[in-house]
Ligand binder design. Sequence first.
Ligand SMILES: [Zn+2]
Length: 462
Amino acid sequence: LAGLPGTSLHKLQIIQNSAARVLSRTRKYSTEYREITRLYSVGKSVEKRELYVMEISDKPGIHELGEPEFKYIGNMHGNEVLGRELLLNLIEYLCKNYGTDLEATTLVNNTRIHIMPSMNPDGYEISTEGDKSSVIGRNNSNNFDLNRNFPDQFVNITDPRQPETIAVMNWMNENPFVLSANLHGGSLVVNYPYDDAEGITLYSKCPDDAIFRQLAISFSKENKQMYGGHPCTDMYPNEYFSQGITNGAQWYTVPGGMQDWSYLHTNCFEVTIELGCFKFPLAEDLPKYWKQNKRSLLQFMKQVHKGVKGFVLDGSNRKGIFNATITVADVNHPIKSAKDGDYWRLLVPGVYKITASARGYLPMTKNVTVKDRQAVEVNFTLSRVTDYKINSHVEVSINSSAGSEEEFNKLVKNLSSKEGLNNLILSSPINLNLYRYHDYKDLSEVLRGLHNNYPGITKLRR
Ligand SMILES: [Zn+2]
């Protein structure tokens, strides 16, 4: 029923939500729709308001193997309120239509959805309805702009990292998010990485420019006014965004923004969406905004199912390999497999060479054709380096279960022979310089590789 004018639901929607109402509404849904929702908090704002997230899934609280995770974040700027309100509409829409509407049901069954209506609840408290373009309430309670508060690839961000920023960074590090949008207001356009270009306003292309453009258009083309490209003619008469999308830095540079950090430091592809020219529109206009953006919000979520997905498995025990690297030839942006070896790689249609590699395993490359439909499933079963013949003369098997003294001596002898150790090193998929320091990533991979080779006498805890 949501979205149809004149229903009682609509009367509910036009009540502007105070912070308390956001909470009571999200709580209400998590009680009424217990089977498909879970309400949790990722931390607290400066003024100790919870940063609530509603999870919507057919198995809330659980990462289902192979199922991608999606998130929306709203109200990062406290006085840009449309995201906050529309996300409440979206939660309600998914809950009410689950089990009856095919699209909503399929989304909830096949996606783990996380929705944070407000990342800056404190800023919202001092904002005012009817505020078209001010900055009152934009920042958090310590007066820092949260979308300038993330580590940046070009600029050293010296402002102290804020509790809201830290909470969201931790959340993003702890969950295998694949796709995300950060909802703002004050214009009408989808903005994609990079947002920064060493402080210069110019198109700052990231390696995944093609898929980011496709993701951005999936949202903009469902919103007629946005797609038209002339968003806020009374405020900015000359502004034009072809197809309602823009590269972030081409519009203006944002050092310390969330979307670039997400792309560069997690597996999650994120865009920033300006939902309307008015930052804090009158409550009576909210139904209009929901109507304008509802299809966009749903279409964008579906994009999490594009590209390639699958598992990276250990050939000896069929277990998933955590933190394996998935590389796409000619796209310089590797992603990592999640805890159970599952991975998701968003890509536009095309033919790709995709390689899975992990420390201690032989890498594997596959040719993959991506079409403009559901993600193609590609699994990689990797062999341990040490399960292989090192060369035709020296056969080495480091396997703790076959650990008789005779075999051990043979192994040591083989490794010590003329080419034994060299061959072992050469057959390793990753550059194994013998003398070097190990950064954190390296350290993790070395420990994991050692554990895989010596499972009988080591245990790796995390
Ligand atoms: Zn904003």
